[in-house]
Design a protein around this ligand. Structure first.
Ligand code: BGC
Length: 753
């Protein structure tokens, strides 16, 4: 009784405190309320605040649970869980919250987490697709709407953004990030954090971001999910860590550790990463959550002998919250009792969790995020769907358009629509879209029907299934192709073929889809392929034989509308690849910012054998990608000319201006992403042949020419040296500007001390 009265007094003082001062940045400072609360807590209540299980609506990991909506009530009453993830809905979350606040001893509100990776009920394009827009405002807006919708349904903690740099398209989770480049990846990471968190975490339409998966989860050996990561610290700092850092600098309230080990230490107990880099060097003050059972998986890694040791090493390294392993709950009390863990470490983890709840405004209003009215008005509103349509158009990349086959005329007489993904709704939502409903998206068939003239006849044939070897539907597809003026084929991956646990050793079109394409090609009819995928695919035959190819990724709720806009020319595509498309899977990992090597091979296969045999190359496949990073066509054409630097030499600390003339050489207004790359010609650590250091997305009227300028400073010219210090070194730099990472104009300048 006494404790309850005391707590009530603390609550009253606290409400005064939070109404009289801004809640921003409390993670940084002392918080009397939280400290008093901690002083009232038993060890069991403390560990309860670190225990984060999945709710009973759906699973995103390997534990099968049945639906029992009262299953968590007692655990909440007993203070054994800090919140739930994947539980959602205003009424449901409010019901659970009421138990926490009114029936648990301390009344600490619950967190509700979820993977709102690319939208809630309004589904936006896959993150990789959105990155292809190179449009940071659009990306931020999509994240903002995702937050608005999911917070209305009770969710206040989002397991996003996923910012893992990925250079290997075999890895299925390449679809969840922004691709291969640290510069673009950092800007996208920050935009997503700003979108999710807005200006204040306690705003009911924003939620806490969780940058993941720390660290280097995107570099598993062989592209196989969960596999080990072994790389130099220099490469880790230079290419893999920047997007996490950018997310932290943008204010990400939380961080999720990764499943993998990094140079032999599982990320969840990685002192160097979690303590030295994240907290000491980057000054991160927020909360770190493990990934799904990753504390327990340290046993399988062979890093700890039992779960007692797992709990000790994880919490001591700075993993504050245990997602799904139940190990903190069971083992930390024992560790404290045995004197194996300092209670101060437990308190520190609890403080970070409570500070997050505090900053989210949950102590002042635990029901802030469970809003039945907003749930009705803010989810899948016309406005939100319009934003999804807009970013979907911007994400599309035109890969090939021979003889201007595209855009198609709307009054075309007979169009054959063929392919297993043409008349498909559910796969448009893509991987990691658990809240999106299968019947909601606009299919590509619907989008096309909506767009063509009333006299256009559309014949549809599936042609084949997505994965199996059944060719029995080929004949019908060939028949309708023969009767058509144009064939549009919709091919690629279904939603489950990318995302978690979806690595592929062969990244060609699955099943017999390429055979179907070849059969249709035999008819001699013009073909435009619309590709769906969450990763680069190997498309060499297609590229050699098919006149028009459009990468539509997986575009979400408004997929069909966006695709039809591009197909029929209502929108002029401007997307650029955020990731390299290889010719063959054996080239992987393949990325534009590679090193030159001591035996570079720039030549062609036709060169004499003596010229090429002892060079860094393959005997059977060229070194070049099929489509380079940054590549993408438009219905307009652009020419680059006249690259200049305003000084031939600069001193460290000075700026240099790089300019180029961009001309729209077509009769159509269009947008171009102008990209600036640098190369540090000689340095104490070998440098990549190209590094993206700036880009601008510009709209040019037909025939218009414009000077485009970039400014480079020490920041862009610096790199991580062997001692892991960010430095600039004097010497010659090349600057390259172009519409992709391959076709660029080059100038040089000197950096002097
Ligand atoms: C994934 C995380 C995700 C978590 C919760 C894990 O399997 O790796 O990205 O946030 O599940 O759904």
């Amino acid at each position: 009784m006494k404790t309850k009265r005391k707590l009530l007094a603390i609550h009253i003082i606290f409400i005064f405190l939070i109404t009289s001062c801004s809640s921003k940045n409390t993670l940084d400072g002392d918080n009397t309320y939280i400290d008093s609360l901690i002083s009232e807590m038993t060890i069991e209540e403390k560990v309860g605040q670190l225990n984060f299980p999945v709710g009973d609506l759906f699973n995103t990991g390997p534990t099968v649970r049945t639906s029992e909506s009262a299953r968590f009530d007692d655990l909440i009453r007993e203070g054994k869980i800090t919140g739930l993830f994947n539980a959602h809905g205003a009424a449901y979350t409010a019901r659970l919250q009421k138990i926490a606040v009114e029936e648990s001893r301390l009344g600490i509100p619950l967190l509700f987490g979820a993977d709102v990776i690319h939208g809630f009920k309004t589904v936006f394009p896959l993150p990789l697709a959105e990155a292809a827009s190179w449009d940071l405002e659009a990306i931020e807006l999509a994240a903002k709407i995702a937050a608005k919708e999911s917070t209305a349904a009770g969710i206040n903690f989002n397991f996003a953004p996923m910012v893992d740099i990925a250079r290997d398209a075999r890895w299925g989770r390449i679809s969840e990030g922004a691709g291969e480049d640290p510069y673009l990846g950092s800007l996208v990471a920050a935009a997503r954090v700003r979108g999710f968190q807005g200006k204040s975490l306690s705003d009911p339409s924003t939620m806490a971001a969780c940058v993941k998966h720390f660290a280097a989860y995107g570099a598993p050996v062989g592209g196989r999910d969960y596999n080990s990561v072994d790389m130099s610290l220099q490469a880790l700092h230079e290419y893999y860590l920047p997007p996490y850092k950018a997310a932290i600098e943008a204010g990400s309230a939380t961080v999720m550790t990764s499943f993998n080990d990094v140079n032999g230490i599982p990320a969840t107990a990685h002192q160097y990463l979690l303590e030295d880099v994240l907290r000491k060097d980057w000054g991160f003050k927020g909360m770190v959550v493990s990934d799904w059972q990753s504390i327990g998986e340290m046993l399988a890694h062979g890093f700890v002998a039992d779960s007692l040791e797992a709990a000790k090493l994880a919490i001591e390294a700075g993993t504050d919250m245990d997602m799904m392993a139940d190990i903190y709950l069971k083992k930390i009390p024992e560790l404290i009792k045995n004197g194996q863990l300092d209670e101060k470490i437990l308190d520190q983890a609890v403080r970070r969790v409570l500070a997050l709840k505090y900053d989210l405004g949950l102590f002042s209003n635990p029901y802030l995020y469970s809003n039945p009215e907003r749930e009705k008005s803010d989810i899948r509103s016309e406005e939100n769907l319009a934003v999804a349509h807009d970013i979907a158009k911007k994400s599309i990349v035109l890969l090939k358009n021979e003889n201007k086959l595209l855009p198609l005329a709307k009054n075309i007489k007979k169009l054959a629509l063929i392919g297993p993904l043409a008349d498909n709704k559910e796969d448009m939502n893509g991987s990691w879209s658990f809240f999106g409903e299968a019947q909601h998206p606009v299919s590509i068939a619907e989008g096309i029907k909506n767009k063509v003239s009333s006299t256009t006849k559309i014949a549809f044939a599936k042609g084949c299934n997505l994965y199996d070897n059944d060719k029995s539907q080929f004949a019908e597809a060939v028949r309708i192709a023969k009767e058509s003026d144009i064939v549009v084929m919709v091919l690629g991956e279904s939603a489950v073929m990318n995302g978690e646990g979806a690595s592929r050793a062969d990244i060609g079109l699955p099943g017999v889809q390429e055979d179907l394409l070849k059969a249709i090609h035999q008819t001699g009819k013009p073909i435009a392929v619309l590709l769906l995928s969450g990763r680069p695919l190997t498309l060499e035959w297609m590229d050699q034989n098919i006149p028009a190819i459009v990468e539509t990724w997986t575009l979400g709720s408004q997929a069909g509308l966006a695709v039809a806009d591009v197909l029929f020319g209502d929108y002029n595509p401007a997307g650029k690849l955020p990731v390299t498309f290889p010719r063959a899977v054996g080239q992987l990992p393949l990325y534009y910012n590679h090193k030159n090597t001591g035996r570079p091979y720039h030549g062609k296969h036709e060169e004499p054998l003596t010229e090429r045999v002892y060079r860094s190359r393959y005997r059977d496949v060229s070194n070049d990608p099929l489509y380079p990073f940054g590549y993408g066509l438009s219905y307009s054409t652009f020419a680059y000319s006249n690259i200049t630097v305003d000084k031939k030499s600069i001193k460290s600390g000075e700026q240099i201006k790089v300019s180029v003339t961009l001309t729209n050489t077509s009769d159509r207004d269009g947008e171009e992403v102008v990209q600036l790359y640098i190369r540090d010609m000689v340095a104490s650590v070998t440098r990549p042949v190209k590094e993206l250091k700036g880009f601008q997305k510009v709209m040019l009227k037909a025939g218009e020419a414009r000077a485009i300028s970039f400014v480079l400073t020490d920041k862009e010219l610096s790199f991580i040296n062997h001692d892991l210090k960010r430095v600039t070194e004097p010497g010659q730099f090349a600057v390259m500007v172009g519409g992709n990472s391959r076709d660029t104009l080059t100038e040089y300048f000197e950096l002097t001390q």
